[in-house]
Design a protein around this ligand. Structure first.
Ligand code: GMT
Length: 375
């Protein structure tokens, strides 16, 4: 198959999923054409069967704002025609699904057809898509997609109810490379952040408000009263300064280690004891899955698709949004009970392997592509 993939190329989970899917498809012999404004950050080297088509935006002085959606549509059309694509797969509804719809209509004028699949990831449905200005367009682009997938059952249900839709939506969970993300005996990174006898909590995100990163620092404050512990925060974004301020205010500046954006996240994850995900909205929680695959149990909130990933009292614990006391209690419980910790760690790894392995999920996408193409 020749597949065009459009995604946000930056650090977000939707771009990671799209890129890993493209890489997996390419390794199976499919030609994968990424169409975006920058090369996805995980495509750092030449890979056979992967091609990148950069969307250039026009800078004509009359256009006060960039016409990205139209430039993307034009680039899609160019790639559909000259690379003879069989299918387009867009990740995140706005504006990608709208651009794909437009490209499809223009292509139709020349008597040809191209189908497109939209994968819904999260805030395209739960936040941005609900803005009154976007809502009709998001609904329309979902209705007009030849196939729609959602990364959790939660997101499927939210899409159907939020937009009052009757559309068939296929749930295809996010996936993980279980060979790259795996538990290891040697943990060289650990000595950089914690001394012997200290425990390590970790959180990775883009530090947006929905991630409630400050809650991780408040959890640390409580845990530290019982157990010597460090908190490693990986990533960057709007809430980073507020987190640094809170760490100083609570006199935890030496115990909270800000690493900024990191590429080899698996090495850092394997050095941690517990992963904290206190989000107020999360359609799936890819970074929690990365931790679980490394054998790191997760303490999360009960929002969105998280309960489809984290099994309470088995692979970690689930608490209500903002319930710092409970999250701290769960953390202390796991960090002070070695037998329980080991079984949670094993359960986390097993869950990643048995339910979210790349080799289980990528074939589901291929099967879905085939069914859409044949429908
Ligand atoms: O929807 C977003 O906020 C952006 C998106 C991203 O690009 O990071 O995140 C969503 O997609 C991820 C990959 O499918 C999911 O793991 C995240 O849970 C989801 N984020 C939210 O729902 C807040």
């Amino acid at each position: 198959m020749k597949i065009g993939i459009t995604c946000y190329p930056t650090y977000g989970g939707s771009g990671v999923v799209a890129t890993e899917l493209g890489l997996a498809l390419a390794s199976l012999g499919h030609a994968v054409h990424f169409i975006s404004y920058a090369i996805p950050h995980r495509l750092t080297r030449f890979v056979e069967n992967i091609y990148f088509h950069e969307v250039e935006t026009s800078t004509y002085p009359l256009f006060e704002h960039s016409l990205y959606d139209l430039s993307l549509t034009s680039k899609m059309l160019e790639v559909i025609e000259y690379e003879d694509l069989d299918l387009m797969h867009v990740h995140y509804a706005i504006p990608h699904a709208v651009s794909a719809y437009l490209a499809k209509q223009v292509w139709k004028k020349s008597g040809k057809n191209i189908k497109f699949i939209t994968t819904l990831h999260g805030t395209d449905i739960t936040l941005m898509g609900l803005e009154p200005t976007f809502m009709p367009l998001v609904k329309f682009s979902i209705e007009e997609s030849d196939g729609v997938t959602a990364v959790s059952r939660f997101l499927k249900e939210k899409t159907l109810t939020n937009f009052n839709l009757k559309k068939e939506i296929e749930v295809i969970y996010n996936f993980i490379d279980i060979d790259k993300y795996r538990p290891v005996e040697e943990k060289p990174f650990r000595k950089h952040v914690a001394s012997c006898g200290e425990k390590v909590l970790i959180h990775t995100s883009n530090f947006r408000v929905v991630k409630r990163v400050t809650d991780t620092i408040r959890v640390l404050e409580k845990v530290k009263k019982e157990i010597p512990t460090k908190l490693v925060l990986v990533g960057d974004g709007p809430d980073r300064s507020e987190c640094e301020r809170l760490a100083r205010e609570l006199d935890l500046q030496k115990d909270v280690i800000f690493l900024g954006k990191q590429d080899a996240i698996e090495e850092i994850l394997t050095a941690a004891d517990l992963f904290l995900m206190p989000s107020q909205s999360e359609s799936f929680g890819l970074s929690a899955l990365e931790a679980m695959a490394c054998g790191v149990p997760v303490i999360s909130t009960s929002v969105g698709g998280l309960p489809e990933l984290v099994i309470h009292n088995e692979t970690g614990f689930i608490a209500e949004i903002g319930d710092i006391d409970r999250m701290a209690k769960y953390t202390i419980d796991l960090l002070t009970n070695d037998k329980k910790y080991k079984s949670f760690s094993k359960n986390s790894r097993d869950r990643a392997v048995n339910s979210f392995d790349k080799n289980l999920i990528v074939p589901q996408y291929i099967k879905y592509y085939e069914s859409v193409l044949n429908s």
